[in-house]
Design a protein around this ligand. Structure first.
Ligand SMILES: Nc1ncnc2c1ncn2[C@@H]1O[C@H](COP(=O)(O)OP(=O)(O)OP(=O)(O)O)[C@@H](O)[C@H]1O
Length: 247
């Protein structure tokens, strides 16, 4: 992606009255949402609340699904999933370049791999990568397409806790450098607060909570409590801290 130079004022994504149903069950129910250009937004919601359905609708990969509403999204959209979806029969660099041509494509692919910390692994097979490295390669595959909008569906969900923390740093760094609009679907309230400038909660088919996260001066604990409350989850740890482990 080209380095960010100016913020667009027009929303990158505009949804109005978005409805999606499966077998007569309404999952998204007249949902309205604007995602400003360049904003990092996280989307929380219970399992089955429709987060992936919403993401697929925005990505335009829900053909054949019953629904209505209007949707505006940018032209260049990249999607990252929980699994890297690298083709096992191609090495890392050709995976990153898949479908791209042009004489500078290879150079851009190498630069994207370097940006995600995979310089030197261009000729590795996907089976030789760790889970975290595979997700780095998936991020490079997105980056090289210079997306205006990056949609990420639980991209770190299958990673161990330490790798997740490293990937948080990487994603935030890439976002700060290139400023695509990001919509990150996650189950993890802390991940949402750490990464995003705005956290949405999807419930009953609509955006029920829209919380701005102040990076300077905001309280992680307060955001966490508000979001857990909105999700109807009792944080037993916070309510009853219990005795110290080593009195
Ligand atoms: N293609 C489909 N056919 C039938 N039902 C579907 C389809 N896609 C999603 N659903 C149903 O729609 C509901 C919302 O699914 P979705 O995957 O969007 O939820 P989610 O919030 O992403 O869940 P999770 O957090 O568990 O991934 C679920 O009840 C699911 O079974």
């Amino acid at each position: 992606m080209a380095p960010h130079t100016q913020q667009l004022t027009r929303p990158a994504v505009r949804l109005r009255g978005l409805t999606r149903s499966f077998e007569g069950r309404t999952v998204l129910d007249g949902l309205d949402l604007d995602l400003p250009a360049g904003q990092f937004t996280a989307l929380l919601g219970h399992s089955g609340s429709g987060k992936s359905t919403l993401l697929r609708a925005i990505a335009g990969i829900d053909h054949g699904v019953a629904g209505s509403g209007t949707l505006t999204a940018p032209e260049r959209v990249s999607v990252v999933f929980q699994d890297s979806r690298l083709l096992p029969w191609r090495r890392v660099l050709p995976n990153v370049l898949l479908g791209l041509d042009g004489k500078d494509a290879e150079e851009r692919g190498r630069a994207a791999l370097a940006e995600v910390g995979l310089a030197g692994r261009e000729r590795a097979w996907p089976s030789e990568l760790s889970g975290g490295e595979a997700q780095r390669a998936a991020l490079a595959r997105s980056l090289v397409r210079e997306p205006e909008l990056l949609l990420a569906d639980e991209p770190f969900g299958a990673l161990d806790a330490l790798t997740r923390i490293k990937m948080h740093g990487l994603l935030r760094q890439l976002w700060e450098r290139h400023r695509p609009s990001v919509l990150l679907v996650t189950h993890d309230v802390d991940e949402a607060i750490v990464l995003a400038d705005r956290v949405l909660v999807l419930s009953r088919g609509r955006i029920e909570v829209d919380l701005a996260v102040e990076r300077e001066g905001g309280s992680h604990g307060e955001y966490r409590a508000r979001l857990l409350h909105a999700l109807g989850v009792t944080d037993a740890g916070a309510a009853a801290p219990g005795p110290p482990l080593r009195p």
